[in-house]
Ligand binder design. Structure first.
Ligand code: MG
Length: 428
């Protein structure tokens, strides 16, 4: 069965109208997706993938993906499955394109969309949800599909295989029996920075009733308002539930050290992205100044080498892997393996367009065959779910295990038509 062609679509949803996704630096997000479709000779079998952006520049991702098509068009699915690791190296280390990366920025998040679509296609070809396809692979076979370039000073392929094999011993023979797993999540949807006190209060009360026990809110534009909002949300959720804050990179290292001092008494589970996401040493300075607090980051850590440094340097406490920032399963699993080796809990980033649909697979892969950490927790922010054929489902504050074949991000045809930025009804 051969791949016939690869197409892309620039899809943008006008979420800025309702202040969805607003934080200290992203004040007008139009949740968007550079959407990839891999068509095959079988009209019923296609690979769907996306990368998430917040509006302008989504077209650059689509353009970038166009450059990658040549590596799979005309090739068989079996060939692509067998050679996915070398195709990944060709795409992410292309002799000319690498000058506008390498392995960071537009070209890399475009590579994420491209490989997300490839993994979707492969899993569908085997008629399994992606998490199950991955955990069913023999450890050596799986490791050979991943990228370990630049990682051998921290983890080798053989160590990776050992971690996976050790965990696989606990799996049932028939992994479809794991379908009833509910994976615990926290909600981000109550505390976007653009929300009024009234809206936050209503949402926090509603979400508490729905069974959520972990809440995250945005901070960072004004420390006095942050203190006020922390007080407000604590007054609703009490101290028996968990509270996290996210300042989306807005503070300097010294500001972070000062502001954490002012927020600490609200018993914050973690401070997310307090400062520049590249500042590995800065994160460490914050931790040294406040040894009793925890830092979380990852949604803008742009490749596995940076994760390697963050983790080895003990600059982060919670690893927030992002399904569309680094280049798909080939790169994500090696990061999960490093986190496992250093016993760092992984709490994937979600929200946006499709990230919740993606992380439900990553959570299960990590839980079943990689991590040695007991904490099971993942982000959830209900956004754009109405546009998906099979949106992530939440029950009692946790992800219901997806059972349909693939990687779960097919957008409804009607939404693709309406919100296509070039010729959709909404934008014209
Ligand atoms: Mg965040």
């Amino acid at each position: 069965m051969n791949v016939v062609k690869v197409t892309t679509q620039d899809i943008r949803f006008p979420t800025s109208k309702e202040n969805v996704g607003t934080d200290a630096v992203h004040v007008d997000c139009d949740y968007s997706a550079a959407y990839v479709k891999i068509e095959t000779e079988d009209k019923k079998l296609s690979g769907i993938g996306l990368t998430f952006t917040i509006g302008k520049g989504n077209d650059l991702c689509c353009k970038s993906i166009d450059y990658f098509k040549e590596f799979i068009e005309g090739k068989s699915i079996i060939y692509i499955e067998k050679n996915i690791s070398s195709i990944w190296e060709k795409v992410t280390n292309h002799s000319q394109l690498r000058w506008v990366g390498p392995q960071k920025g537009v070209t890399h998040i475009a590579a994420a969309a491209f490989f997300n679509a490839i993994w979707d296609l492969i899993a569908k070809y085997h008629k399994k949800p992606l998490w199950q396809y991955i955990i069913d692979l023999d450890a050596t076979e799986l490791v050979d599909k991943l990228s370990f370039t630049y990682l051998d000073d921290v983890i080798t392929k053989s160590e990776a295989g050992d971690i996976i094999n050790k965990n696989k011993k606990n799996l049932p023979k028939d992994t479809s029996s794991l379908n009833s797993t509910i994976f615990p999540a926290y909600t981000t949807a109550v505390g976007w920075l653009g929300y009024s006190d009234e809206k936050m209060t209503v949402l926090a009360e509603e979400n508490l009733k729905k069974g959520w026990t972990h809440f995250k809110m945005k901070v960072g534009q004004d420390i006095e308002r942050d203190i006020h909002r922390c007080k407000l949300i604590r007054s609703i959720i009490g101290h028996e539930n968990k509270l996290m804050v996210d300042s989306n990179q807005i503070w300097s290292v010294n500001e972070t050290i000062e502001y954490i001092g002012k927020l600490k008494h609200f018993d914050i589970m973690f401070y997310e992205e307090p400062t520049n996401p590249d500042d590995i040493l800065g994160f460490k300075k914050i931790k040294d100044a406040h040894p009793d607090i925890k830092l979380a980051t990852g949604e803008m850590i742009h490749n596995k080498v940076m994760f390697k440094q963050f983790i080895e340097n003990k600059s982060l406490d919670y690893c927030q892997i992002d399904s569309c920032r680094i280049a798909s399963i080939n790169e994500i699993i090696p990061v999960l393996l490093i986190a496992s080796k250093f016993n760092v809990p992984v709490i994937p980033h979600a929200g946006g367009v499709g990230l919740c649909e993606y992380v439900q697979h990553l959570n299960l892969i990590n839980k079943f065959i990689i991590t040695n950490n007991d904490l099971s927790l993942s982000e959830y922010a209900e956004s754009c779910a109405e546009h998906f054929e099979n949106p992530a489902i939440i029950k009692n504050g946790g992800y219901v295990t997806p059972t349909e074949p693939g990687y779960s991000v097919r957008i409804k045809e009607s939404s693709l038509k309406e919100f296509d930025f070039n010729n959709g009804k909404y934008w014209n």
